[in-house]
Ligand binder design. Structure first.
Ligand code: ASC
Length: 151
């Protein structure tokens, strides 16, 4: 039993220490992972958008919990952009991600920074700063999509 526990602990330690590519059994799994993370992020960002655009009433608690989910999700997609997995379809990951990794990483960081500000704005209990922060996150999303998605 003790040996089994030691083995399991060693395997768990190895799993978190493995490079990003080894988190996925197949390249398609990495693509599914990053696209799923962005789908969830977009869903919760969209719920804030509905408040910002007046489609649903402003609710500070909802704004906050959705912003926090967006903040967690904003960290996840990037482990899925493993080598050799550009897409070909319209809107999928452009080969430019791999030829200009620094540019891509910079845009990812900009988005994460703006999302962190969205969380701060959601805490302010006031729609105006939320609107402003929402706009900046949207711009950061679009800026990366314009450059790094297949046309
Ligand atoms: C969203 C969403 C995006 C961004 C982008 C902003 O709600 O799903 O990809 O905002 O459209 O321009």
């Amino acid at each position: 039993m003790k040996r089994l526990l030691l083995t399991l602990t060693a395997v768990a330690g190895l799993a978190t220490a493995l490079p990003a590519a080894a988190q996925f059994q197949k390249p398609e799994d990495a693509v599914k992972y990053r696209e799923s993370a962005m789908t969830v992020m977009a869903n919760h960002f969209g719920r804030i958008g509905a408040m910002v655009n007046g489609r649903v009433p402003y609710d500070a608690g909802q704004a906050m919990s959705n912003a926090e989910i967006v903040a967690v999700m904003s960290k996840l997609p990037f482990a899925g952009f493993i080598d050799g997995t550009p897409g070909t379809k319209k809107g999928s990951a452009s080969p430019k991600i791999w030829s200009d990794r620094a540019g891509f990483d910079g845009k990812a960081k900009k988005m994460q920074d703006e999302v962190a500000k969205l969380v701060v704005a959601a805490r302010a209990n006031n729609l105006d700063p939320l609107k402003a922060a929402f706009g900046e996150v949207g711009k950061a999303c679009k800026s990366c999509h314009d450059d790094f998605r297949n046309p």
